[in-house]
Design a protein around this ligand. Structure first.
Ligand code: 13P
Length: 344
């Protein structure tokens, strides 16, 4: 990577972390998007997926709260109803276009209950193609379940090495890598167990990034928050989860990283905003990196629930999207209050 490329990547990473803004993850694979459509009887067709994604990217004024949008490859290949490329629509709106490049997870052979993310084969050529289509950053997600004896060190090493190799390939192709190691919420594990596993994963990840000579100044970390499992009987307060998340990140994430953008992971949307808010409210000036959101479900679910695939609902569904984006923008600044009356 030459110096000019380094500067471009570093500038893009900082632009993604712009003050008061976060990322909109809209990169659900077609099967995942279809599953969400099925709940509302929305036809599971490429055209309806296109319409829905068009609703998201054309919401007026979205760029006030959203710095970048992560697209799915299908969307990049589609045109909007006005015949425009999604990448161009985003750029014109002042939102940086990015793309999910992993091809999903499969069982990790010999390790029951564990997954490995695929997509490295042929990735170099795909990234060159994506960069020439105007995409400026990419995303790859590795997943880790907590359970009896898992995650194993072998699963952690295999996935974090893939994340590091993906990140190196991205930077070489001129794309900022979003590096997403997700410790899943399913299970009855405690807050402490989530903290311990997240720490193992992040320490391994930054070791592998170092080994693969990835430029830390030109990537974004997209981690899970440290939370008790969904079935844990000891659910913790917003303050406790915020403190646990910050403690874990401070132990693991080098100061050179330009930013941390949390996934929502199936949390209740308001709680995700409150937890992000609490972290920014309490720790903002005491951390080496800004903290923001890169949510999919915590932003999108109310939008989809209202839209239901009905064209007449589009405008109001966009208002809901803007409202959710604004809530999280306030949380990014530590100024979010759950009462909607406090948000003008
Ligand atoms: P959620 O916010 O729904 O977890 O999605 C974030 C994401 O991009 C998952 O890869």
């Amino acid at each position: 990577m030459n110096n000019t490329m380094e500067v471009i990547l570093i500038n893009t990473a900082h632009a993604l972390m712009a003050d008061g803004k976060g990322l909109l993850a809209m990169d659900e694979s077609s099967p995942t998007c279809n599953k969400r459509f099925a709940i509302y009887d929305i036809p599971q067709t490429p055209e309806k997926r296109r319409d829905y994604r068009e609703l998201l990217v054309t919401a007026p004024g979205l760029a006030e709260y959203i710095s970048g949008a992560i697209l799915y490859e299908e969307t990049v290949r589609q045109l909007t109803s006005k015949g425009e490329q999604f990448v161009d629509v985003l750029e014109k709106a002042g939102i940086i276009p990015g793309i999910k490049v992993d091809t999903g997870t499969v069982d990790l052979v010999n390790f029951p209950g564990e997954k490995i993310t695929e997509g490295l084969d042929g990735l170099r050529a795909r990234l060159i193609d994506f960069a020439s289509s105007g995409l400026r950053f990419a995303k790859w997600r590795g997943v880790f379940s907590i359970g009896e004896g898992i995650p194993t060190d072998e699963c952690i090493e295999a996935n974090t090495q893939s994340l590091a190799r993906y990140a190196a390939l991205c930077q070489q192709a001129g794309l900022v890598p979003i590096v997403e190691p997700e410790v899943l919420m399913e299970g009855n594990h405690s807050l402490d167990e989530c903290s311990e596993v997240t720490e193992r994963v992040l320490k391994s990840l930054f070791y592998q990034l170092y080994k693969q000579r990835v430029l830390l100044e030109a990537l974004i970390l997209k981690p899970n928050m440290v939370l008790p499992g969904l079935d844990c009987t000891d659910q913790k307060s917003v303050v406790e989860t915020a403190d646990a998340t910050i403690e874990c990140l401070k132990r693991c994430v080098p100061a050179a990283v330009p930013g941390v953008a949390f996934l929502s992971g199936g949390q209740n949307g308001e709680l995700a905003s409150e937890r992000l808010n609490q972290m920014n409210f309490k720790y903002d000036s005491k951390l080496p990196w800004p903290l923001t959101f890169s949510f999919s479900r915590a932003i999108q679910l109310p939008v989809l629930e209202y839209w239901k695939g009905i064209p007449e609902n589009t405008s109001e569904a966009q208002n809901i999207l803007l409202y959710k984006a604004k809530c999280n923008s306030l949380a990014r600044k530590g100024q979010y209050a759950m009462d909607p009356a406090t948000i003008e």
